[in-house]
Design a protein. Structure first.
Length: 290
């Protein structure tokens, strides 16, 4: 049996796992809920808009240096900018807000990914794994915060987004943005501890904060939490997401979805991997003959 055929059949072995996804989802969710995830608390009342977080993120992840974006106050993340600081004009003073992947507790992107290319780690960050991705972009469609971005102009496109500097966390470090925040606007730690800090700040300074921690309950809770002096809708945050984790909506669907819809993406992944391997073998033969 050729290497290509063996790899293709190995990939098709994922079919069995895919067929039981409805049953495993509940077990996985239950396990994850017991995990003490790490997260980041962003206090917008302390952000001075220096954008040091953007520069440090770019340097740590090999991204292009941030542009000035002159005249643009509202800035968005992109394939080359995983974190973006925007300026919002309010009744009082301008408020600066850093936005990036929210690192959801039960991420819709990971739930929608049948090949587990988008993965919620035990530590909390959601990472994208290139070797498992089949390019369906379901993660982009499912994300309520419009975070994952696809490299449409690249010959070898990837899904790009903040991964909370997962490699740094594995080595005992902290996210680059947190490490380089000079205004003390970012705090890294266990999510439950961050919630205590957030509630304490609101309790001790009730006139300085809007009495809500964004991300505590939204879409089942997120790893990135926010404090603000004004209602979050004034800062471009969605207030219509509800408190139910998006994967919860998928459970009934997964039990009733036609088998072909589950098998087809896995088949495409196997076909994609086989095509890549064939291309490599053909290129190798050409080089040898040349």
């Amino acid at each position: 049996m050729s290497l290509v055929r063996r790899d293709f059949l190995k990939t098709l072995g994922l079919i069995g796992a895919s067929l039981t996804v409805g049953k495993s989802l509940g077990a996985t969710t239950k396990k994850k809920n017991k995990t003490e995830f790490y997260g980041v608390l962003i206090d917008t009342t302390r952000c001075v808009g220096c954008r040091a977080c953007e520069w440090s993120c770019a340097e740590a992840n090999g991204l292009p240096e941030p542009t000035e974006d002159e005249g643009v106050k509202i800035r968005k993340t992109s394939v080359s900018r995983w974190t973006a600081v925007s300026e919002y004009g309010t009744e009082d003073n301008p408020i600066y807000v850093k936005k990036q992947c929210m690192q959801c507790m039960q991420p819709a992107c990971a739930s929608a990914c049948l090949t587990k290319a988008m993965n919620k780690t035990d530590e909390g960050p959601i990472v994208w794994r290139e070797d498992k991705c089949m390019g369906c972009r379901s993660c982009m469609i499912s994300c309520p915060f419009d975070v994952p971005k696809f490299e449409y102009d690249s010959p070898n496109p990837k899904i790009q987004k903040c991964q909370m500097c997962f490699e740094r966390l594995e080595e005992g470090g902290v996210p680059a943005c947190v490490e380089n925040c000079g205004g003390d606007a970012l705090l890294f730690g266990k999510r439950k501890d961050l919630l205590e800090v957030a509630r304490s700040r609101i309790y001790n300074n009730p006139d300085d904060y809007y009495h809500h921690v964004y991300g505590e309950h939204e879409v089942g809770g997120t790893g990135v939490l926010y404090l603000s002096s004004v209602p979050f809708e004034q800062l471009g945050f969605r207030e219509d997401l509800g408190t139910t984790a998006y994967p919860e909506y998928n459970k009934n669907f997964l039990y009733s979805v036609p088998v072909v819809l589950i098998l087809w993406p896995v088949f495409l992944l196997g076909l994609n991997n086989s095509t890549k391997e064939n291309k490599k073998l053909n290129e190798k033969k050409t080089d040898n003959h040349g």
